[in-house]
Design a protein around this ligand. Sequence first.
Ligand code: THU
Length: 140
Amino acid sequence: MPSPISAAELQTLSSKAIAAKEAAHCPYSKFRVGACLLTEEGEFIIGANVENVSYPVGMCAERTAFGTAVIAGHRRFKAIAVASDISPGVSPCGMCRQFMREFCTLSFPIYMYDKDGNYVVKTMGELLPDSFGPGDLPLK
Ligand code: THU
């Protein structure tokens, strides 16, 4: 169960996710997505989508944030915010949902910000019901 997030943490999380849109490399879709992840240790780690001329090679903002956090040694997270330039805000794709599930319990909150800074929040379990998670693989 992730620790609850404070109003101050949510304010920082949202402003960093919105600002992270500036870091997007999206010359093909022109669709900027920013993300910010809050670790259990209280660090904020940003991500943005990074596209590629070979389209399927591109990477979503959520996965760049998680990948950056994981290689920095983080494994436990309190929340993620995702920001885009549309309304309602973008909801993580299926591949990102499974990627996040590796590191998130079913109660992990995903805040989705729209172009005006309004958000909808859903849990990991709501976005990926009946998921295959790390506890489901019988380890030898
Ligand atoms: N994208 C994200 O980064 N996150 C999402 O939640 C949905 C989509 C990116 C992938 C691609 O670079 C662009 O948005 C258009 O699909």
